[in-house]
Design a protein around this ligand. Structure first.
Ligand code: ZN
Length: 91
């Protein structure tokens, strides 16, 4: 299963789109989906994820993504949501 950094508190959690066990935050907007997906082991190695985790703990928000990375992953998120009909689950 995918391991992802919680973009709210920095805890490592299982599943980019699942609720965080620590702070119970879960992504709901496309923007949050993009960041949760980007800061997961799908795109980052474990050392980088630890750095992102540390960053979120210190700053209370995830690091900025490059516009290129953001738009690429945004496209994937929109496609995945359509394919999986996730809107139904989160509406
Ligand atoms: Zn959290």
């Amino acid at each position: 299963m995918t391991v992802a950094v919680c973009t709210n508190c920095g805890t490592l959690k299982y599943g980019a789109f699942s609720p965080c066990e620590e702070c119970h935050a879960r992504p709901t907007t496309n923007d949050e989906f993009v960041r949760s997906f980007a800061f997961s082991d799908r795109y980052l190695d474990r050392a980088t994820m630890d750095e992102v985790s540390e960053y979120v703990r210190k700053n209370g928000e995830p690091p900025e993504m490059t516009p290129e990375a953001y738009s690429l992953i945004h496209k994937l998120v929109v496609e995945a949501k359509t394919a999986l009909r996730m809107e139904r689950m989160f509406s």
